[in-house]
Design a protein around this ligand. Structure first.
Ligand code: C2E
Ligand code: MG
Ligand code: MG
Length: 719
């Protein structure tokens, strides 16, 4: 081959479009073709070492299928030699130690002589250009030179292809990152400068790329608007840790948005430290999440947290005071005035609680039941401040609530529990619930601070509640009768039926020990029914024996306001043929006033049945003259507290005189309760009080004893 031919061959390769475009395979095929036309060899081929150093055949000239060269890892010494010496020319493969590792392959392919030229880039062996001959072939210098030059061109083409590939991949990645709606930013951790940021940053933050590219981190809104958080993130990342979080930022147009970010440090192969920041606008998601949380954790009416939330938060609370507010009589309010007004009342109560909480810097407050609210006050150290806070809240809640044109009372009952004074494992809310039950029963301020005596009495009550369940069935109740004396005629004209419970363990229990519990648990309905029936049966027996007495029966509020009372009384009056005006139901003043409209109706209906109504414990509640006139009641029973005070309290004497005068004016019969001394009796007699009842005459007696008492005390026949 002449020098000119060689020059031509090389020029053809160099100027080929294949080479210029960095198409390695096509250039290798061209090279193999050209070389095979110029050199007397059987096979020319190009292999590249790919991953795992397998030898991939890229081009070759043999007509038959050509096996690829063995993998680099199988012939380490051979390829090591090739890398160092660049060319290996073998005339006789059988007798050349350099190709020992290749012998199997060469024999299989009937190669006798061969020339291998390394294709290297930056000294790295990338592949091999080989020429093989089935006969002995001397490899003259000129041929080795030509093949080497061609191999160099192939190396260049490969490098170009790789550069093109890398560029292509790089621009692909850049394009993809630019397409992303997520912010991508690369920060140089040595200089704290932003080296790259994609278009999403502008779209989300409104800050043009040019204003931050190449600039220090301090120019970012994150560092300007949330410096503490941003510095913490940077410190974390500089320790090699990933930092992530949410931050709320304000755009240039004044709109605020939430950014969720993640910052991951990394080191380049050259050892430079960078951080990749990815971030996205999560405002919508957070708004949705907040909305879901609001729905899940908040009361939609008042905007306060709900019980589930409060319980969870309370579990984590170790200190402070829990306050529970329960609105007494709210259910009745709702039934009487309608749900709309009920809602307005609740909203107003919630508003007052929020206001109180904001003054006291309390954050945890909730509507924990339909008419129950709770809040936790932190940081109150001394008893005085606590007392002041409690009274203030109570006072605020107690102020009248204006709903439309009307004004109502919220009637709050308040309990307070010191959270860290409780045994672990018990919910503070349970204790507050217990205490608030006691608060509700209080006269005056309905406030109860939880203490352990309360818990003890609660447990006893709970036991009573359990025992009550069986009491009716086991016939453990009995009615005792206390005589009523007519002071004018000096004769016994009636009896009050008073329930006693023969408790299997505790002996005889008085109503004070269980009536309230029966009332709260609803068991009063069955007990009250039993009492009415037993009293009517007794009354019937008396009437049968011509004992002319009236029977006073106590009726609790729940019983009175249950819709069944009228029917029950009607049936009993009919069945036992009770004479008119001999059955008198007693209800306390406070209870009667709970629902004036309903009470008025019922009283009228009962009066039509010939059943009288007495207001019990009169003077302890707040009934107004207007109502007294309006109710068809037959009797007032002056509370025994006034009677017992008669000898010591001028005030009581005046109250009793006033009540007697009022009863006269309203034409109501009057009984003084709890008369214990002759002195009290003569005071009452002097004022012409009609009747008296009390230990002066007799305590409540069992039926047999009561009959005896009557016989002993009736000189003149009863009428
Ligand atoms: P109340 O209707 O005011 O009954 C009068 C209470 O005063 C009775 O107490 C009676 O024993 C007591 N008492 C009578 N005279 C005197 C006296 O001179 N001195 C003193 N210190 N006390 C006197 P008791 O039997 O313990 O009943 C208490 C309350 O329990 C009753 O007050 C009534 O409100 C309620 N109660 C009693 N029986 C029933 C019942 O069958 N059903 C309902 N719902 N409540 C009842
Ligand atoms: Mg009574
Ligand atoms: Mg009474």
């Amino acid at each position: 081959m002449t020098k000119r031919q060689f020059q031509h061959l090389l020029e053809t390769i160099v100027n080929s479009t294949q080479k210029q475009e960095g198409l390695f395979k096509e250039t290798a095929e061209l090279a193999c073709d050209l070389l095979s036309q110029s050199l007397e060899v059987d096979n020319i081929g190009v292999c590249l070492f790919s991953g795992g150093q397998a030898c991939e055949l890229i081009a070759h000239t043999s007509l038959q299928g050509q096996a690829s060269r063995p993998a680099q890892s199988l012939c380490p010494n051979y390829f090591d030699q090739l890398k160092r010496s660049r060319t290996i020319d073998v005339i006789d493969v059988e007798n050349d130690g350099r190709v020992a590792e290749l012998v199997d392959y060469l024999n299989e392919n009937q190669v006798v002589s061969h020339l291998d030229v390394a294709i290297r880039i930056n000294g790295h062996l990338e592949g091999v250009l080989y020429l093989e001959s089935g006969q002995f072939h001397e490899w003259p210098e000129s041929e080795i030179h030509i093949v080497s030059q061609v191999a160099d061109q192939l190396a260049l083409t490969l490098a170009t292809q790789r550069a093109y590939d890398t560029d292509e991949r790089l621009s692909l990645f850049l394009k993809a990152i630019e397409q992303s709606e997520q912010i991508s930013m690369v920060v140089n951790l040595a200089t704290d400068k932003i080296e790259y940021v994609n278009g999403a940053h502008h779209a989300i933050s409104g800050v043009p790329k040019q204003q931050i590219l190449g600039q220090p981190l301090a120019c970012l809104d994150f560092f300007k608007q949330s410096p503490v958080q941003a510095d913490a993130v940077l410190a974390q990342v500089k320790l090699g840790k990933i930092a992530k979080g949410n931050t709320q930022l304000t755009r240039r147009d004044g709109e605020s948005y939430w950014l969720r970010y993640r910052v991951r440090p990394f080191t380049t192969p050259r050892g430079n430290h960078y951080a990749l920041v990815t971030a996205e606008d999560c405002s919508e998601e957070l708004v949705q999440q907040n909305e879901l949380e609001r729905l899940a954790w908040r009361c939609s009416l008042t905007g306060l947290y709900n019980r589930s939330y409060f319980n969870r938060a309370l579990e984590k609370t170790r200190s402070g005071h829990l306050m529970l507010i329960d609105l007494r009589g709210f259910k009745r309010f709702n039934d009487t005035y309608g749900h709309e007004k009920g809602d307005s009342l609740l909203i107003e109560v919630a508003r007052r609680i929020k206001h109180f909480a904001s003054v006291k810097k309390a954050e945890l407050m909730a509507r924990v039941g339909s008419d129950e609210f709770a809040l936790v006050l932190e940081g109150i150290e001394d008893e005085q401040s606590l007392d002041y806070a409690i009274k203030r809240l109570y006072h605020q809640l107690n102020l009248p609530v204006q709903v439309g044109a009307e004004s109502f009372e919220a009637k709050p009952a308040l309990s307070v529990v010191e959270i860290n004074a409780l045994e672990a494992g018990f919910s503070a809310l349970t204790y507050a619930d217990i205490a608030v039950q006691y608060a509700k029963k209080k006269q005056g301020s309905a406030i109860q601070i939880f203490n352990h005596a309360l818990l003890k009495s609660f447990k006893e009550d709970a036991q009573i509640e359990r025992d009550l369940q069986a009491a009716l069935k086991n016939r453990e109740f009995e009615l005792y009768y206390q005589p009523l004396k007519d002071l004018g005629r000096q004769a016994y004209i009636g009896a009050e039926a008073l329930i006693r419970w023969h408790h299997p363990k505790k002996g005889v229990l008085y109503p004070g020990a269980f009536i309230d519990i029966a009332e709260q648990t609803g068991m009063i309905a069955a007990i009250g029914e039993w009492v009415l029936e037993a009293a009517c049966r007794q009354l019937n027996l008396w009437q049968h024996h011509n004992i002319n007495l009236s029977m006073h029966v106590n009726v609790s509020a729940r019983q009175f306001f249950s819709t069944q009372l009228y029917d029950q009384v009607w049936q009993l009056v009919t069945r036992y043929r009770i004479r008119p005006n001999t059955l008198i139901l007693e209800i306390t003043e406070t209870e009667l006033m709970e629902d004036v409209v309903y009470a008025t109706h019922l009283c009228k209906e009962l009066a039509e049945l010939g059943v009288g109504l007495a207001i019990d414990d009169f003077g302890t509640g707040y009934s107004s003259m207007r109502y007294l006139k309006q109710f068809p009641i037959s009797k007032l029973k002056i509370d025994r507290s006034f009677i017992s005070d008669l000898s010591v309290s001028r005030e009581s004497r005046e109250i009793v005189s006033a009540i007697i005068a009022m009863a006269k004016a309203l034409n109501l019969s009057l009984t003084a309760e709890g008369v214990e001394t002759a002195e009290q009796e003569s005071f009452l007699s002097a004022l012409s009080c009609h009747q008296a009842q009390g230990f002066l005459y007799s305590p409540a007696l069992r039926e047999a004893e009561f009959s005896q008492f009557l016989r002993a005390n009736t000189e003149t026949p009863l009428h």
